[in-house]
Design a protein around this ligand. Structure first.
Ligand code: PLP
Length: 283
């Protein structure tokens, strides 16, 4: 089935969804995006995603492409038009279309595009087996708190992971793990979940935010601090989070088995808590 995509107010067959070669996202990566999970045809954690979008737009002094109500309606419409049951909605805002000049163009409306992706988020085989991770240097810019479309470093990291037979790359800066190329990073030691504190060095994951709430409600301890790759090798468990993977157990880092090479109990429990919450919200 060919998807219906959204481009600046129009719903079109995906082959007709086109944007100008002068789009500033295309020329400068001058744009921001959000990926929101869909379970049972319903958006998961929609509002926090839009709060983060607002922050990303504000940090880059970029205008909203439409009203917040219109953006919500567009998300719901694109799910309906594609009969999406489970997967994600990707949406992107760029500073608009203008002749190539670095400084901001004047009086140019932003470009808004969106599309759906179907994916088994709940019955995900990767979650049953657990996944492998490698480490790579973090070569990104230092405003990773902004969810910008400037993703070349994550593309290179993910490709390195793929070529090493791994699912994700954890990025290392100043000797510590920052995060995954498209996910937040966690280890578990003596029942305590350890993850890096929020700063401009990582993206404030929405799944991370929800996980903190669920962990607190279930008396799972979380410590926010930096950790090294060596510490991760010796951890009881490791896992990652993102909107498109929820909580995904990690069983190997740089070829070293974690938790005996099996998804650990804390990661499995947190994954189930996340799924239960997403399903309950969708009912
Ligand atoms: N960190 C990075 C660099 C990401 O790209 C992502 C998601 O794409 C995340 C973390 C996880 O964020 P979320 O849970 O909002 O999907």
């Amino acid at each position: 089935m060919s998807r219906i995509v959204y481009v600046n107010g129009d719903y079109l067959p995906e082959k007709d969804g086109k944007i100008s070669i002068f789009d500033r996202g295309f020329l400068f990566a001058d744009g921001v995006y959000e990926v929101t999970a869909v379970v049972k045809g319903r958006l998961v954690d929609y509002q926090p995603h839009m709060d983060r979008l607002e922050r990303s737009l504000g940090e880059l002094r970029m205008a909203w492409p439409c009203s917040k109500a219109e953006l919500r309606a567009m998300h719901e419409d694109i799910i309906r038009r594609n009969a999406l049951d489970e997967g994600m909605v990707y949406m992107q805002v760029t500073r608009g279309t203008a002749d190539r000049e670095f400084k901001f163009p004047q009086d140019v409306p932003p470009n808004l595009i969106a599309f759906t992706q179907s994916k088994k988020l709940i019955d995900n085989p990767d979650a049953t087996t657990g996944v492998k991770v490698i480490t790579v240097p973090d070569i990104r810019w230092t405003r990773r708190d902004i969810k910008s479309v400037m993703l070349l470093a994550p593309v290179l990291g993910k490709q390195a992971a793929y070529e090493a037979g791994a699912f994700e790359a954890w990025m290392i800066e100043d000797g510590a793990v920052t995060e995954g190329t498209s996910s937040n990073a966690y280890i578990v030691k003596d029942g305590c979940v350890i993850t890096r504190p929020l700063s401009n060095r990582i993206l404030a994951g929405i799944t991370r935010q929800s996980l903190f709430r669920l962990a607190k409600d279930s008396n799972v301890r979380i410590e926010e601090r930096t950790f090294t790759a060596t510490e991760a090798y010796e951890a009881d468990e490791a896992f990652l989070t993102s909107a498109s993977n929820f909580v995904l157990p990690i069983i190997e880092i740089d070829g070293k088995r974690i938790g005996g090479g099996q998804p650990g109990p804390v990661a499995r429990r947190l994954r189930q808590l996340f799924i239960d919450a997403a399903e309950a919200a969708a009912d």
